[in-house]
Design a protein around this ligand. Structure first.
Ligand code: CTP
Ligand SMILES: C[C@](O)(CO)[C@H](O)COP(=O)(O)O
Length: 412
């Protein structure tokens, strides 16, 4: 069996029907449900299916409102005027499909709330290649009988009753190998309007050509809006789908990142101890400053404050907190972590890189990470580099530390 790769599929959305049974006085796909037309609801869901790369909307012939409203969707969506029956509308849609398309889906705008998963299910089955046509369907709950007219005043009589377990209520989107669908529709070329009227879906035409049609599980949400009472269900579906989208958005925990940079000059005092990344380096001359000059710890503090949006080192360790004057970098960092948590955040991690000729760092990298991680109760990684002899870092007269922190709001 020929495989129909669906990674770039075209979709024909038939929306040209008049909606006689609905009786809204306008084409059915233009009827509004929860603030949007049915055709717009359908397109919203189709756009979630990344494998659909072309949408042809078949619009009510002679009525420009839909085509005008859909112009805003851009070049991925095109409109063509429909025909006098669904089959005729599909055929007009087919003529507009990119000739290179290998897979084509046909969907009713009247089934506006078919979820994106349903399209994917059909396309997945088509990809598996057991059949050149795949349709979604649901088991039926009523007993279904085939009837024959025969009596007076249009009375009907049962001809036979197929076993219910063999029956399925067929839905859309229906998926096809493009050549197979085109070939099947070509068989309808000489049909009269009345004959076309009796063709209620595309799978039945393809099946009549002897092609196997695979059935996959349908979805209750793919209900076809047909009668006025269906609008109430449609409204409920729109509300449910909107509220689950909103809930997902509301419950999504967005992390926040922050940056911090600190620069310290190497002290002129050869006796000044070198503290960096929470460690003492006895062979190096220290960094100048009122504090211990630990540029790595200070940059990490600023990154944490910036991620939480609560100011910077100056805001928290200024003159109004004399207990921190001259405090070690590690104790400032521990206090910064406490303040970030107090502001309602948890800490994901902090990453710091410093640029400098000294100290030699690689042998003590793990030790530094451990000390700083213990201070904030979250992973801190520290790496070092040189500046290839350039600038104050290259001359050995100063050090720059760059830090990034990731925090996330604690769930209430
Ligand atoms: N000439 C037609 C008839 C139907 N359709 C589309 O085919 C789908 C299924 O048809 P149906 O639900 O029967 O819609 P209507 O034909 O509008 O309904 P009615 O039979 O009540 O008039 C709908 O999305 C409808 O817009 C179409 O594109 N062109
Ligand atoms: C294609 C269809 O939705 C499958 O169930 C259905 O046959 C359309 O029928 P309608 O009479 O055009 O509504």
């Amino acid at each position: 069996m020929k495989q129909t790769p669906s990674h770039s599929s075209s979709l024909i959305l038939v929306a040209a029907g008049m909606g006689t049974r609905l009786g809204a006085g306008i084409p059915k796909a233009l009827v509004q449900v929860a603030g949007k037309t049915l055709v717009e609801h359908a397109i919203d869901r189709i756009l979630q299916v990344k494998r659909i790369t072309e949408i042809i909307v078949v619009t009510p012939a002679g009525d420009h409102r839909m085509a005008e409203a859909l112009a805003a969707f851009g070049s991925m969506l095109r409109t063509v005027p429909g025909g006098s029956s669904r089959a005729d509308s599909v055929r007009r849609g087919l003529e507009a499909v990119n000739p290179g398309a290998s897979a084509i889906l046909v969907h009713d705008a009247a089934r506006a709330f078919a979820p994106a998963e349903l399209y994917d299910r059909v396309l997945d089955a088509l990809d598996q290649g057991q059949a050149n046509a795949v349709i979604p369907a649901l088991p039926v709950t009523d007993t279904i009988s085939v009837v024959e007219p025969g009596g007076a005043a249009g009375a009907e009589f049962i001809d036979h009753t197929p076993p219910r377990s063999t029956l399925r209520a067929v839905q859309t989107p229906q998926g096809f190998n493009a050549a197979v669908l085109r070939q099947a529709h070509a068989q309808l070329d000489h049909c009269t309007e009345a004959e076309l009227e009796k063709v209620t879906d595309d799978a039945s035409i393809v099946s009549a050509q002897g092609e196997k049609v695979q059935v996959v599980a349908g979805a209750q949400q793919a209900l076809k809006v047909t009668h006025p009472e269906d609008l109430e269900t449609a409204n409920q579906l729109a509300t449910d789908q909107n509220s689950s989208a909103n809930t997902a958005r509301e419950t999504m925990i967005l992390p926040r990142i922050g940056n911090g940079i600190d620069v310290h000059a190497v002290s002129q005092d050869p006796a000044r101890p070198m503290w960096l990344a929470g460690l003492h380096f006895p062979d190096d001359v220290g960094l100048s400053g009122h504090s211990d000059g630990d540029a790595v710890a200070h940059a990490a503090c600023d990154a944490l404050f910036s991620a939480a949006g609560i100011g910077d080192l100056g805001t928290h360790f200024g003159v109004d907190r004399p207990e921190f004057s001259g405090a070690s970098g590690v104790s400032l960092l521990a206090e910064a972590a406490r303040l970030v948590r107090e502001a309602g955040f948890e800490i994901g991690n902090v990453a710091v890189q410093f640029v400098g000729r000294r100290p030699r760092f690689s042998a003590r990298r793990e030790e530094a990470s451990q000390v700083l991680s213990d201070a904030i109760g979250a992973p801190v990684s520290v790496i070092a580099t040189t500046s290839d002899g350039l600038g104050y870092e290259g001359e050995g007269t100063g050090i720059t530390a760059y830090a990034t922190a990731l925090v996330f709001p604690r769930q209430r």
